[in-house]
Design a binder for this molecule. Structure first.
Ligand code: HH2
Length: 387
């Protein structure tokens, strides 16, 4: 689809006024946006037009304009109380968007063996078998040490183990496929043959993805959004599920300084990119239910962008794919807490809970035990577990 829709909830009159100004609607009272249900649709005019008819059928209004170089439609519906249960979708793109925003919570992704499905927030435990990762590099020098760490994370409640062989921290040095393979394949094989959780592999390289799938992995976690030559066909042919992450620019320049002007609206730009990658995957023959999206905290974003993304990431769910959030120990948490990476447990758990509240289906973390405990409580409140 060349149109991207999302529900937009405003926190303040000032925030609502900003969108009205960008639509050249300065005379509309901003409170209209705060008290209605607002959908922002961006993309091709020919696909936007039918949405204004749909808006009218739902007793709403649609205003056309341009945002960040794209044609857009600001749709204001009377406040819809979606809390009491999903709305009937029939053929309405607008009610589907509202339902995804409000109820898109249960993940159900097919894997080569079984499914990744749950009615709670899943925890992906990070296992970096690298000498140089920013917080856990060099900890697991051999296969048995790495396996012991994975086993411990599963005992603590991890639902997925994410094995990474190449760090992408600021100042990272790319490594060869041979080097990456020698680091991860024995570890993937050992975990997949002994532990009863899906193994994911954090790689941008198709040859590594294929070898990992043969060694027993189920998920390819690609921070480069399946952009490298051959990656789409590797995912398609191996039957892998894939995490498609947003990064600004290329792996080589993603950590260049970013200022506020890097994005017109960080959520809109990230969703536009992710939608393009979903379309590319579908065109390559990958069923869309195998895809998980990730806005990529820390990858080509300023401190303010990371905070905005974590606050508004529920909007990303309107793409229709489950969402993964990786905030654990990242620099923006250090900026808020003034702690070194290994001392960011409290900040990371706080971020994981906020990610769950804001619609994440999976959180990627270093500290499994504390995160699982916090999510048990958060999920009980959010989804009525144990009540
Ligand atoms: N972040 C990192 C690596 N992989 N994958 C996804 N899907 N989302 C993320 O946010 C993400 C990721 C960076 O963190 P880490 O693995 O701890 O560090 P390093 O890249 O130094 O190995």
């Amino acid at each position: 689809m060349s149109v991207v829709l999302r529900v937009r909830e405003y926190r303040s009159i000032a925030e609502a006024r900003k969108d009205l100004v960008s639509f050249q609607l300065p005379n509309l009272p901003p409170a209209v946006l705060l008290y209605g249900t607002v959908i922002m649709a961006e993309g091709k005019v020919s696909e936007l037009l039918p949405l204004s008819y749909e808006a009218r059928d739902l007793d709403g209004k649609a205003y056309s304009g341009r945002r960040g170089g794209r044609d857009a439609l600001l749709i204001v519906l009377p406040h819809i109380d979606a809390l009491s249960g999903p709305l009937p979708e029939r053929d309405s793109i607008l009610t589907r968007c509202i339902n995804l925003y409000s109820f898109g919570g249960n993940i159900d992704v097919p894997l080569p063996r079984g499914r990744l499905s749950a009615d709670r927030t899943l925890v992906m435990g990070i296992l970096n078998v690298t000498p140089d990762s920013f917080s856990d590099g060099g900890r697991y020098p051999d296969v048995e040490a790495a396996f012991a760490r994975a086993e411990r994370m599963v005992q603590e409640g991890a639902d997925i183990i994410d094995v990474g062989g190449e760090s992408t921290r600021p100042g990272w040095q790319p490594i060869s496929a041979e080097e990456e393979l020698s680091r991860i394949i024995p570890v993937v094989r050992r975990i997949a043959s002994s532990l009863d959780v899906p193994v994911s592999v954090d790689t941008m390289k198709p040859e590594v993805a294929r070898a990992a799938m043969e060694a027993g992995a189920s998920i390819i976690n690609d921070v480069n959004g399946l952009r490298n030559e051959g990656m789409l066909s590797a995912v398609k042919e191996t039957g892998a599920a894939a995490v498609v992450m947003h990064m600004r620019g290329t792996p080589q320049d993603m950590h260049a300084e970013v200022d506020a002007s890097a994005y017109f609206d960080v959520i809109s730009d990230v969703m536009w990119y992710l939608n393009g990658r979903i379309e590319a995957a579908k065109a390559a023959g990958i069923p869309s239910e195998r895809l998980i999206v990730d806005p990529g905290l820390g990858f080509g974003k300023s401190f303010e962008h990371n905070i905005e993304l974590l606050r508004r990431c529920r909007e990303v769910r309107c793409l229709g794919a489950p969402m993964l959030i990786g905030a654990s120990r990242k620099r923006f948490i250090g900026q808020l807490t003034e702690r070194l990476p290994e001392q960011r447990l409290g900040g990371s758990v706080g971020a994981a809970v906020m990610a769950a509240v804001n619609g994440a289906s999976i959180v990627r973390v270093h500290d499994v035990d504390a995160t699982v405990q916090a999510l048990r409580v958060a999920d009980a409140l959010l989804r009525g577990h144990n009540t």
